[in-house]
Design a protein around this ligand. Sequence first.
Ligand code: AMP
Ligand code: ZN
Length: 125
Amino acid sequence: MTCIFCEKTDNLFENDLAKAFFDKFPASKGHILIVPRRHVPDYFGLTNEEHAAVQELLTKSKCYLDDQFAPDGYNIGANVGQAGGQTVFHCHIHLIPRYAGDCPEPAGGVRGAIPGKQTYQQRGL
Ligand code: AMP
Ligand code: ZN
């Protein structure tokens, strides 16, 4: 079986259990993917050790992006399963830098995965 993420070697950061590289089709300037080295289909298959390894690279990547591009915010996310929007079935965590004004209404962020549900209204307060 061939897997594009198993084969990736152009890593920005790496450790024993994980690697980080730029997304080939970035959603914003600096979009990075963090993946375990082991071929595991999705986020919920990670071991505790892989979680720690991925977290280390997530933090390193965030510091790198702060330094290089000074974004104003971030989205962190993993799509799980076809219904969850996943298209590459080797676990990966998206680190998407956000820039003020990069979309008309940023409120709600990752809730925007479901069109029309990005923002919400507090009731009964
Ligand atoms: P997902 O839809 O959550 O599975 O995300 C897959 C991500 O992989 C998308 O953001 C793609 O832009 C990215 N992608 C696809 N092919 C490559 C590649 N060869 N190298 C780096 N990123 C890729
Ligand atoms: Zn793989």
